[in-house]
Design a binder for this molecule. Structure first.
Ligand code: FES
Length: 287
């Protein structure tokens, strides 16, 4: 029996029960475990061959939105991903030169946010929520199922690994994600950041099978499905020129009945929030 004051040592079985242990996960700052990939990432490639005049034009449009060029870094990184499907070393240099930043400053941002991928992404990015509520409702089971379905029982697909050749039609990058802000509809997953609510392992398998077959099933809500690069272009702030397509993207239903149930109950019962109290602000400590 453990004495109440003793802190138990974490045992190996603790690790076995986490999704981190389900397959070879990748450290988000582990930029390129594959030596060939590392070579490609570290090479100072010809950015002009990768980022054409159209991309350059878009970069200038992004920069013009901000009073200070460096403020444009986040959409610029999305623009890079819309071209390459990840943030390469060339992409880092492309942003740095145009925003008057160092490569190190751009790298620091690109490796901090999980939406910036340091390895080439599949045609589709499938993000399974394995945060607390979704995990308890079956998110861990869905993630494990997709790991073996997209990989194999012997070699399950790891976090941010791709089934198929990255960028090729039908290729899918799998990742586990923190709370996707849809706990009322859990367990959820996203494809290219569009929601698929109330998932089960069977539904998730049918979804990735359809994606691999070149289909684009409709998300539960939100914009129609495109692909990872297309989603990245929208995150950079560029939408379809066709008005009907644009409207479908921005005006798609974004909330569900469950999302509004609390507000609806309050409205039906005449409940209102108490008024704000006139609470004095604490005195600032004098130095
Ligand atoms: S825990 Fe999954 S959406 Fe919040």
């Amino acid at each position: 029996m453990t004495h109440p004051t003793e802190v138990p040592e974490p045992g190996p079985r603790d690790a076995e029960t986490t999704h981190m242990a389900a397959a070879g996960d990748t450290d988000v700052v582990g930029i390129a475990p594959d030596p060939a990939l590392a070579e490609g990432i570290l090479a100072d490639g010809p950015a002009a061959d990768i980022f054409d005049a159209g991309t350059e034009q878009r970069a200038q449009e992004i920069i013009a939105r901000y009073p200070v060029a460096r403020s444009a870094l986040l959409p610029m990184l999305h623009l890079v991903q819309s071209v390459q499907g990840y943030v390469s070393q060339e992409g880092i240099a492309f942003c740095a030169r145009r925003l008057d930043l160092s490569d190190a400053e751009v790298s620091a941002v690109a490796t901090f946010y999980t939406m910036y991928k340091r390895r080439p992404c599949g045609e589709h990015l499938v993000s399974v929520c394995t945060n607390t509520l979704c995990a308890a409702l079956g998110g861990d089971e869905i993630y494990r199922k997709l790991q073996t379905h997209l990989g194999s029982a012997e070699k399950p697909l790891g976090h941010e690994e791709t089934a198929g050749t990255p960028g090729e039609p039908g290729s899918i990058t799998l990742e586990h994600a923190e709370c996707l802000a849809a706990c009322d509809l859990g367990p959820v997953l996203q494809v290219n950041y569009e929601y698929f609510d109330n998932q089960t392992p069977e539904k998730a398998v049918a979804l990735v099978d359809a994606l691999q077959a070149g289909k684009k099933p409709g998300p539960t809500r939100g914009a129609p499905l495109s692909d990872f690069k297309g989603a990245e272009l929208q995150l950079a702030g560029f939408f379809p020129e066709d008005e009907a397509t644009y409207r479908a993207d921005v005006d798609g239903p974004s909330q569900a009945v469950e999302t509004l149930r609390g507000a609806q109950l309050a409205a039906d019962r005449g409940w209102t929030a108490p008024g704000a109290q006139d609470v004095p602000l604490p005195e600032l400590e004098k130095k």
